[in-house]
Design a binder for this molecule. Structure first.
Ligand code: SF4
Ligand code: SF4
Length: 216
């Protein structure tokens, strides 16, 4: 049992006793034999799978290269459909980001790794006064904890994590900073940069006609 260490009337720590090591453990030979037994068990199991083709792993079965390991990252197991990959900014029909720079995602982000600089559309643009666009949209993928809160918070289906990609292991922090160009260039699993979710642009017959000056 560990004894409390006292200093100045209070307990400042505990002395943890060393684990008992019997003569058998000290001799190393029995422990080495145990390790070899585990090794040989897996060796014969894998050899049996290799020789008789009894593979229970569908990924290994599909590779069919006679090897019971995967050469990651060249060979990868498929991610589950709900996997949260690196972010992408989805596009409208005209190719501009769907994002209206409302800052909901950056507000919801617990890691505070989204930086957005909103900007107004120019005079004469139908969207001016109704919505803004992100002049800058940056995500630090290294700080991101892949919680998906930003995706949940977005009212415009403008940010998604359905790329099926994980961040590449870069060698400097800067490379994990994904700017608007990188984020809009990412594709979803379906190979699209848009979404099937319709948008109703100002001026469209389906648009509800709400502006900052003229409400409903
Ligand atoms: S997934 Fe979570 S941590 Fe990452 S950017 Fe979105 S809200 Fe922030
Ligand atoms: S991505 Fe969505 S939540 Fe984030 S600023 Fe753009 S519209 Fe708002």
């Amino acid at each position: 049992m560990s004894e409390p260490v006292r200093k100045g009337g209070g307990i400042v720590g505990k002395v943890v006793p060393r684990a008992e090591r019997s003569m058998l453990v000290q001799a190393y030979v029995p422990e080495t034999a145990k390790g070899m037994a585990v090794l040989m068990k897996h060796f014969f199991k894998n050899t049996k799978e290799l020789v008789f083709g009894q593979r229970n792993d569908p990924v290994l079965e599909a590779l069919d290269d006679g090897i019971n390991t995967i050469s990651y990252p060249e060979q990868q197991r498929p991610y589950p459909l709900r996997n949260r990959g690196v972010h992408r900014l989805t596009l409208r029909e005209d190719g501009s980001p769907r994002c209206v720079a409302c800052l909901c995602c950056s507000t919801a982000c617990p890691a505070q790794c989204i930086y957005i600089e909103p900007a107004e559309y120019p005079e004469g643009d139908k969207r001016r006064g109704y919505e803004r666009y992100p002049a800058k949209f940056v995500i630090d993928e290294l700080r991101c904890i892949f919680c998906g809160f930003c995706v949940e918070a977005c009212p415009c289906d403008a940010i998604r994590m359905d790329t099926g990609e994980h961040p590449v292991p870069y060698d400097s922090r800067d490379q994990f900073i994904y700017d608007k160009d990188i984020l809009t260039a990412q594709k979803g699993r379906d190979g699209e940069r848009k979404t099937r979710n319709p948008r109703h642009e100002p001026g469209d017959p389906t648009h509800p006609g709400i502006t900052r000056l003229a409400h409903h």
